[in-house]
Design a protein around this ligand. Structure first.
Ligand code: NAP
Ligand code: MG
Length: 495
């Protein structure tokens, strides 16, 4: 198998996409030559095969990252900033190709893929600015015969495992802060969507980022475990399911107690009060769940609506959901593409069947499209109860439940009735209510009169079983990718 493949996209763009592992700034075959197939979820056809990293390949990537660490982490920090800025420029230059890769491999509409690419460039550029501003502190700690200070140092080789719902954006959220802080990286992309990280690796090399600083090990089945259990990887950052997050943490504990940050699942409440701007609330409820085919960790998958507007809201949301164009991601009119994999399609359809069997009422949708590809109609369930599986568990698809409430206290209880705590939405024109409820909700992010609304300066992460640590913003680099070193010097000023 060649180490790159030429892909001609449905929009006429064509590009050479590497298929090798990216180690030491070279694309190489896996040492045993093993590959795995990558599919197009819109057609169910195979796109290509990519090389699969085994344990020896992960070791080689760690060797490369270790060798690069001293110079990258403790050399000129403004050089790191310059090179990462160059990388963000290259991402913008190659935006249409990157967006086409995301649409082909993940299934998201081009309109969304373009936004992901821009947000990725913005994230890398913002963290590039941090590279030479990771200030330490001088501490008043004793009399003048002590000089005490804290340095912010990089952690070392970081392992990163990213998901398939935002393949390039999650790459950027992980790589940007890790590299800006001076760490080196071994990253595993998701098995269903490895292509954008491989193409981005060509840009990493072109930007002049030194060999070994960022290594990409595509993999399937075992690669993630090799990373989380590796004795020379000093930190692991994982985004994915809560169940796998537990395994990651166990493996970190059982190996070398590597530092752990986890961005996991959610079952986020989206609350609509009677005094909300109704049409806007409907828009954000629709976008909150159906954006990116519902494959969003913070999806507003539990909608709570105040009783006096419940019937009107339900009617409007149904009409809005039925207007979402589901189809070919390369068609400009498309709002929702296919689910990213067959596994995911089947998982969502089984939740839908569960909902029906438990007695929930399908208001719209409730089935896949009658065509090739992993498409599901936007689905609304009403008449749900809190103990139903579809209300408790993360579905990770275009399926929402809707529940009536009457008082603010009641909806706070309902919203917090979950083991998760990733995000929440509140729709109201009353600022006092908005701030009161925001304070009471157990979630890492609260959106008021908006939803799925990210900015690279605003930290993101979970309460409860939605995760540990934060990505983005100051926390996303200082807490997640540096470690403080305290130095206390005893002087003898009288001498
Ligand atoms: P998953 O189980 O969360 O994660 C799969 C990824 O984790 C693969 O890259 C896999 O690598 C790696 N992995 C598995 N076991 C590991 C271990 N012990 N140590 C380190 N890495 C390990 O994802 P999924 O099966 O694709 O999706 C399942 C559900 O996760 C979805 O339905 C959704 O609910 C949730 N999800 C959440 C997010 C999010 O943004 N929070 C994103 C995607 C999915 P190997 O193949 O090498 O084992
Ligand atoms: Mg596995």
């Amino acid at each position: 198998m060649a180490q790159s493949i030429n892909i001609k996209f449905p929009n006429g763009i064509s590009a050479d996409i590497p298929t090798g592992l990216f180690i030491n700034n070279e694309f190489v075959k896996s040492s045993d030559g093993k590959t795995f197939p990558v599919f197009n979820p819109s057609t169910e056809e195979q796109i290509c095969e990519v090389y699969e990293a085994n344990e020896a390949d992960v070791d080689a990537a760690v060797d490369a990252a270790e060798a690069a660490f001293e110079d990258w982490g403790f050399g000129d920090s403004s050089r790191r900033g310059r090179l990462l800025t160059k990388l963000s420029d290259l991402i913008e230059e190659h935006a249409e190709t990157l967006a086409s890769i995301e649409s082909l491999n993940n299934g998201k509409p081009m309109s969304l893929a373009r936004i992901d690419v821009q947000l990725s460039a913005d994230c890398i550029r913002s963290y590039a600015g941090w590279a030479d501003k990771l200030y330490g502190d001088v501490l008043p700690a004793g009399d003048d015969n002590y000089f005490s200070y804290v340095r912010r140092e990089p952690i070392g080789v970081c392992g990163q495992v990213i998901p398939w719902n935002f393949p390039l954006l999650m790459w950027a959220w992980k790589v940007g802060p890790a590299l800006a802080a001076g760490n080196t990286v071994v990253l595993k992309s998701a098995e269903s969507t490895p292509l954008s990280a491989l193409y981005a690796s060509t840009l990493v090399k072109e930007a002049g980022i030194p060999a070994g600083v960022l290594n990409i090990v595509s993999g399937y089945g075992q690669t993630g475990q090799y990373i989380t259990s590796h004795m020379r990887i000093k930190k692991i950052a994982f985004t994915g399911s809560t169940a796998t997050g537990r395994h990651v943490m166990k493996a970190a504990a059982a190996s070398n107690l590597k530092k752990v940050t986890l961005e996991l699942g959610g079952k986020s409440p989206n609350i609509v009060f009677a005094d909300a701007d109704l049409d806007k609330a409907v828009e954000f409820a629709n976008m909150g769940i159906y954006f990116n085919s519902g494959e969003v960790c913070c999806a507003g998958s539990r909608i709570y609506v105040q009783d006096s507007i419940y019937d009107t809201f339900l009617e409007k949301l149904k009409a809005r959901a039925e207007k979402n164009v589901v189809g070919d991601p390369f068609d400009d009119n498309t709002f929702q593409g296919p689910q990213t994999s067959k596994i995911q399609l089947d998982r969502i359809l089984s939740y839908i069947e569960h909902g029906k069997n438990e007695g929930a009422r399908v208001i719209t949708g409730g089935k896949r499209l009658d065509r090739k590809g992993y498409f599901i109609h936007p689905t609304i369930f009403a008449d749900v109860t809190e103990d139903m599986k579809i209300v408790k568990e993360e579905i990770f698809g275009p399926v929402v439940t809707i529940t009536k409430f009457s008082t603010t206290d009641e909806v706070i209880k309902l919203a917090n009735n979950t083991e998760y705590g990733l995000a929440a939405g509140i729709h109201t024109t009353n600022i006092n209510k908005a701030l009161h409820v925001s304070a009471k909700i157990h979630a890492g992010t609260v959106w008021v009169n908006t939803y799925n609304d990210f900015h690279h300066n605003v930290p993101f992460g979970g309460y409860g079983q939605s995760g540990i640590g934060r990505e983005l913003g100051r926390e996303g680099i200082l807490e997640s990718y540096t470690q403080p070193k305290s130095v206390r010097v005893k002087l003898d000023l009288a001498a």
